[in-house]
Write a protein that binds this ligand. Structure first.
Ligand SMILES: NC(=O)c1ccc[n+]([C@@H]2O[C@H](COP(=O)([O-])OP(=O)(O)OC[C@H]3O[C@@H](n4cnc5c(N)ncnc54)[C@H](O)[C@@H]3O)[C@@H](O)[C@H]2O)c1
Ligand SMILES: [Zn+2]
Length: 363
């Protein structure tokens, strides 16, 4: 078992532990009981996670009030949030409640947000069960739901009180989801740790075979890196923006594909685009880009923009990026594998529109 401690600003939760271990799900409940004692518990999960047997493993027959959402992003909305809060009221839960989020990023985001607003805020424990959630969404305290117009339109920072990562839960995950979620691991290595990148390079087969010992190491490095970045900048004023590597163009491609591409698949193409921008601006080289392309292709995610997504349409989407100032966002770039390029203390830097357009044309 491995442990990572994340410190969040003292006026909020203080700090919390992330425990990582193969099979930790079966002892997570007794850990929760010993951390929170008699406090009321409420589990939020989704129907696929239940079907895969993970809820039974967590509860082993205990009768705990819970809410099972329909799987998928379309459940991450205000209606589901209201249903969760009302289910908590129906279970006579009070301000001492601990919400337990068992599932992927959709469950984690909505359960975290429900915890943040229920009776002005109760504690939440995250038990992520997808590669994306274990690497990214369960750590860092971002919670929220979508509106009918945009993703995460409602939301707030609400840090968990504990995180339990059981890599064995990944064994039941659909292959495409599994692979796409691993792209966030590649991103972490690229922005923070060359040794970790080398580890990913040399363990692709074991990762794809879902070998638990290797997955535990992957989870550990992801948590360590994300925790470090979040601690340095809990509310995304500057440094935390480096987690956006590959995401500005990635988000545009995700949107431009009409969400045919999974988030991680679009971000993989976005990471290649960032590498091409680095080459255009004198920060990158062909050899480095080839290494990155090889790892992503090895994971079986796309490394080229689908031909039916038009480059001009992408430019238009990028202009509407939520972080854009005067209709053009800044971009996170790297100087080398493991080191983000900084200019004037900024972790996201200006890149001229014509440079981006040229890259999109070749992507
Ligand atoms: N809060 C953050 O910082 C943050 C960061 C990144 C993404 N997100 C959010 O995360 C969401 C995406 O998360 P996701 O990719 O985990 O998607 P998801 O939660 O929809 O899970 C993907 C699919 O896998 C199923 N599933 C989950 N665990 C399983 C398991 N162990 N076995 C079998 N099936 C399983 C789910 O039912 C779903 O069908 C998006 O809403 C995104 O906005 C949040
Ligand atoms: Zn992402």
């Amino acid at each position: 078992m491995t442990e990572v401690t994340v410190k969040v600003p003292a006026e909020k939760a203080g700090e919390y532990r992330i425990e990582i271990g193969m099979g930790i799900l079966t002892c997570a409940w007794s850990k929760i009981e010993s951390q929170f004692g008699a406090a009321g518990k409420f589990v939020v999960t989704d129907a696929n996670v239940v079907k895969a047997g993970h809820l039974d493993k967590l509860l082993s027959g205990k009768d705990v009030p819970s809410y099972v959402i329909s799987p998928g992003e379309s459940s991450k909305n205000m209606n589901t949030l209201v249903s969760i809060v009302e289910a908590m009221e129906n279970a006579y839960l009070g301000r001492d409640t601990v919400v337990i989020a068992l599932g992927g990023g959709v469950v984690g985001d909505i359960a975290g947000f429900a915890a943040a607003v229920f009776k002005r805020g109760v504690r939440v424990v995250q038990i992520p069960t997808t590669t994306l959630a274990q690497a990214d969404s369960a750590i860092g305290g971002k919670t929220g739901v979508d509106s009918s117009l945009s993703k995460n339109a409602f939301g707030c920072f609400w840090h968990p009180s504990a995180v339990y990562i059981d890599v064995a839960t990944l064994k039941t995950l659909d292959e495409r989801q599994y692979r796409a979620g691993l792209v966030e691991s590649v991103k972490h290595a690229l922005i923070a740790d060359e040794k970790y990148f080398e580890f990913l390079e040399s363990n692709i087969d074991a990762i794809l075979r879902r070998r638990s010992d290797v997955l535990e190491q992957v989870a550990y490095h992801n948590c360590r890196i994300k925790a470090q970045v979040v601690e340095a900048d809990p509310t995304e004023k500057n440094q935390r923006r480096m987690l956006n590597y590959g995401h500005t163009i990635g988000h545009a491609i995700e949107w431009g594909s009409g969400f045919e591409l999974l988030h991680g698949e679009a971000v993989a193409i976005g990471i290649i685009a960032a590498g091409m921008i680095e080459m255009e601006t004198g920060l990158g080289d062909e050899k480095r880009l080839a290494r990155i392309r090889k790892v992503l292709a090895g994971l079986g995610v796309p490394v080229r923009k689908p031909a039916n997504i038009d480059a001009a349409a992408l430019t238009d989407i990028i202009k509407r990026d939520k972080k854009a100032i005067n209709k053009w966002p800044r971009f996170v770039l790297i100087d080398r594998i493991g080191a983000v390029h900084r200019r004037d203390g900024q972790w996201a830097v200006e890149v001229k529109q014509d440079v981006v357009e040229k890259v999109l044309g070749k992507l």
